[in-house]
Design a protein around this ligand. Structure first.
Ligand code: PMT
Length: 228
């Protein structure tokens, strides 16, 4: 089935101000090394491009990626989870809808070294500490009331974990993203997801390009978000 059939026409008549997160974060081990993941930023940039193309305004907060900024999008570059947290906190008051597609590191080195670590011992222990849970702070800490979209990237029990995240993080929509197979998910051109809504509705989508999926998500959000 073609992705275009999922798009509900006629809803995007009002402008929505989107805040979108994209890409990986990097957590410093020392001045030249970091912990990160394989996110390319493609999903978040496709969402930003689709929103801007539909006439909405977009602030795109992105970790380090090698992608061009889509036309009409205001881009904020960050490196670490802490920097992304601060940028989201600053950007949320102006936003009607927020989509968290970034792959934020859950842990960071507790004591990054000030100088490059020398190789001396046969093994090296790194103590990790939790990074701020940005999505989890949106309702609980920032008290933001706009339309909230989270992603859940899972390799097993996709829907079980995603349903739990939808409720725990106070999302209106949770994009349950199967990242277990080749060719989908991190650093791939396609995603295969199920959309879970707060009212319990679930919509399984076929595997499709990130650009097609972005159009579906932006259409859903702009239909359901009050905008201004
Ligand atoms: O960048 P690409 O190569 O195109 O890949 C796209 C993607 C696979 C990264 C994207 O489609 C995706 O699934 N993003 C979510 C990745 C993820 O880290 O999911 P999670 O289940 O660990 O996190 C759950 C949610 O909490 C996500 O919305 C995440 O942005 C957010 N989060 C996570 C940790 C944290 N400290 N703060 C957060 O806000």
């Amino acid at each position: 089935m073609d992705a275009i059939e999922f798009i509900q026409a006629g809803c995007s008549l009002h402008a929505v101000h989107f805040l979108i997160t994209a890409g990986p974060t990097r957590e410093a081990i020392d001045p030249v090394r970091y912990l990160s993941n394989r996110s390319s930023g493609r999903m978040g940039f496709a969402l930003a491009a689709a929103a801007a193309a539909a006439g909405h305004s977009v602030a795109l907060i992105t970790g380090p990626v090698s992608l061009e900024t889509p036309q009409g999008v205001v881009r904020v570059d960050v490196t670490s989870a802490q920097e992304m947290y601060e940028a989201v906190k600053d950007g949320l008051p102006a936003a009607d809808a927020a989509i968290f597609s970034a792959a934020v590191a859950d842990y960071r080195p507790a004591h990054p070294a000030e100088q490059k670590i020398k190789k001396s011992e046969a093994t090296l222990m790194l103590t990790l500490e939790r990074t701020p849970d940005i999505l989890g702070s949106v309702r609980a800490v920032f008290g933001w009331k706009g339309f909230l979209v989270g992603f859940a990237a899972e390799t097993e029990d996709l829907l079980g974990h995603a349903r739990e995240k939808l409720v725990r993080k106070g999302c209106d929509l949770l994009v349950a993203n199967d990242v277990s197979g080749p060719g989908i998910g991190f650093d791939a051109l396609e995603n295969e997801v199920t959309l879970l809504f707060r009212d319990g509705t679930e919509r399984a989508l076929p595997r499709m390009s990130k650009e097609e999926l972005a159009a579906v998500i932006i259409d859903e959000v702009s239909c359901k978000s009050p905008g201004r």
